[in-house]
Design a protein around this ligand. Structure first.
Ligand code: FAD
Ligand code: SIN
Length: 540
């Protein structure tokens, strides 16, 4: 097997991975350079689809303050957000967002040249910066990708997937095994620091706003390596994804900012209904709006409700929501005149690899940032636009931390690593699975049984069916193609979500157990250590 050596390996090219690679290169002189691996083309990720914006308690917005942002975040998090982490991230936002601006990222401004701020659900004031109206993710990701491509210290490998972490016998991360989709070859990359920035796992659900690549790979890899995984039961279902037909599964998002600017939800009878569910109506926390829509859909036996954006006015719609207007127009909907059919879809993975704000995980040498990580910032329900903020703050803080770390540790290839390399050196025989079909079966199970509303019965049903799929797939460690690797990882992540959901015998934030309607007063994180050696691990 071919091998290479880098001081730092960054896996993933969304906002977290791109910004981490850039900051590390700007801050640290590295003898062996930085490798950035992405299974997509550079920048293709959840990040690029972000619409609403990025939270920033910045000096350009004197009306805002840290305490107010902390209060809103903790309230949305339903007693599970970590206060210390929330404070650290909020306090860092001014420096980090202004560093993005200094690195060429542009946010929308008014005619006087002042940054404009929008409002989203459960924020008590306008504090969300946006770019290109409703194309914030594109603005940030494309700007960072340009800077990364221009940086000679960063070696980029696109269409290349990380498939297993190299863990030494003394449980340190020493690198990663990668699979090149084009050459169909596996390679070993040794490194003193491996950074997982692989995003979320929306694709384990039938309906999702996430693109195809969001299969939770980083979470599965870290789990198999023995890292602690936290809060996987908390999957955020965005209330308003464009619901053209039950067959449209990867759903285009209709940003919360549309409600922030005055759009109203109506049922099939044309009646506004949010007041029945929350005095905050359309601007209640996301989980509340999602359950309200779900209830209306059940009552009417309908696949969607509607979002009436005509109330916003043509001029504002054109200026603030050009991407959403264009996408709806392509599908025959003029949003200045007609209500938009919407329904909830899996959107954000609140849980993930337990990490601190500097990205440190429970394994030495392994770091996790962005949606794949769980710092405790989002608790049981993420506040809108806090995610991009967490991505960039943790990337920034990690780079700072690494600048004080020895990144030149020699690679000792011990017995543990030798064994792993052995598995990937052998050729494998056997049928090639139809991974699209298998993924689709898993997504149906998750949507039906581990979705917006859960019960012990539905969760046990999912557990049983997933175990059956795992047996049929024979938990291949080395796979034949990217689709198989993704399916392998999705099975692990789905099991972790079910495990977390079964353990949490209460309703809290995005986790709604019909059989346990009460939220207990104190939140406790659900840490999942590797279940046991025979549990979810690969069998040869
Ligand atoms: P991603 O941006 O998802 O990037 C992950 C990267 O890792 C990708 O490049 C992927 O190809 C790569 N990758 C994955 N697995 C592997 C592997 N095994 N090997 C190699 N590479 C791999 N948040 C906000 O704060 N504000 C918003 O307005 C907002 N709007 C959103 C709208 C939509 C439609 C969606 C889906 C999300 C939105 N979010 C928003 C959430 C936010 O965009 C994401 O949480 C955030 O961008 C995640 O960034 P990331 O860098 O952690 O992961
Ligand atoms: C949106 O624009 O509604 C999504 C914002 C987010 O996910 O934070």
């Amino acid at each position: 097997m071919k091998y290479s050596e880098y001081s730092v390996v960054v896996i993933g090219s969304g906002a977290a991975g791109l910004y981490a690679a850039l900051k590390i290169s700007q801050q640290i002189k590295l003898p062996e350079g930085i490798l950035l691996i992405s299974k997509s083309s550079l920048g293709i990720s959840n990040s690029i689809y972000a619409q609403g914006g990025i939270v920033g308690v910045v000096h350009q917005n004197p009306d805002d303050n840290i305490e107010s942002h902390i209060k809103d975040t903790l309230k949305a998090g339903a007693g599970l957000s970590d206060k210390k982490v929330t404070k650290e991230i909020s306090e860092a936002s001014d420096v980090v967002i202004n560093d993005l601006i200094n690195n060429g990222i542009e946010f929308d401004k008014d005619e006087q040249g002042n940054i404009t701020f929008t409002l989203e659900a459960a924020h008590s004031i306008r504090r969300i910066l946006h770019s290109g109206g409703d194309a914030t993710g594109k603005g940030i990701t494309e700007g960072l990708a340009r800077a990364v491509r221009a940086d000679n210290n960063i070696h980029i490998l696109e269409k290349t997937m990380a498939v297993e972490l190299l863990i030494s016998s003394d449980k340190e991360c020493k690198g990663v095994i990668i699979y090149n989709k084009q050459t169909e070859e596996h390679e070993i990359v040794y490194s003193s620091a491996v950074i997982l920035a692989t995003g979320g796992a929306g694709q384990v659900y039938k309906y999702t706003t996430n693109p195809n690549g969001a299969t939770g790979d980083g979470i599965a890899l870290a789990y198999e390596a023995g890292a602690v995984i936290q809060d996987m039961e908390f999957i955020q279902f965005h209330p308003t994804a464009l619901a053209l037909s039950p067959d449209s599964k990867n759903r285009f998002l209709i940003s919360e900012a549309v409600r922030g600017e005055g759009a109203k939800l109506i049922n099939n009878m044309g009646e506004e209904f949010m007041i029945k569910y929350s005095e905050k109506k359309e601007l209640a926390p996301r989980d509340v709006v999602t359950r309200a829509i779900y209830t209306e859909m059940q009552k009417e036996n309908s696949p969607n409700v509607f979002l009436n954006a005509t109330l916003i006015g043509e001029e504002k719609i054109a200026r603030r929501f050009p991407t959403i207007s264009a996408r709806c127009r392509e599908n025959g909907i003029d949003i200045t005149k007609t209500p938009i059919p919407v329904a909830p879809a899996a959107h954000y993975t609140m849980g993930g690899i337990k990490a601190d704000v500097e990205g440190r995980t429970s394994i030495k040498g392994l770091y996790a940032i962005g949606e794949t990580a769980c710092t405790g910032f989002h608790g049981a329900n993420r506040l809108a636009s806090n995610s991009l903020l967490e991505c960039v703050v943790c990337a920034y803080e990690l780079s700072d931390y690494l600048s004080f770390t020895n990144l030149n540790t020699p690679n000792v290839i011990d017995e543990g690593i030798k064994k792993m390399i052995d598995v990937y050196s052998r050729s494998i025989s056997g049928e090639e699975y139809n991974s699209d079909e298998l993924k689709s079966e898993l997504k149906d199970i998750m949507w039906e049984n581990v979705g917006i509303i859960r019960t012990e019965k539905s969760l046990f049903k999912a557990k049983e069916e997933i175990e059956k799929l795992q047996k049929e797939f024979k938990r291949r460690r080395k796979c034949l193609n990217q689709g198989e690797y993704e399916y392998r990882n999705m099975l692990t992540v789905a099991s972790l979500i079910v495990e977390g959901a079964l353990r949490r015998k209460e309703s809290r934030g995005a986790h709604c157990r019909k059989d346990y309607p009460e939220t207990l007063p104190e939140g406790l994180h659900s840490n999942i250590d590797k279940l046991n050696e025979k549990g979810l691990c690969y069998v040869e």
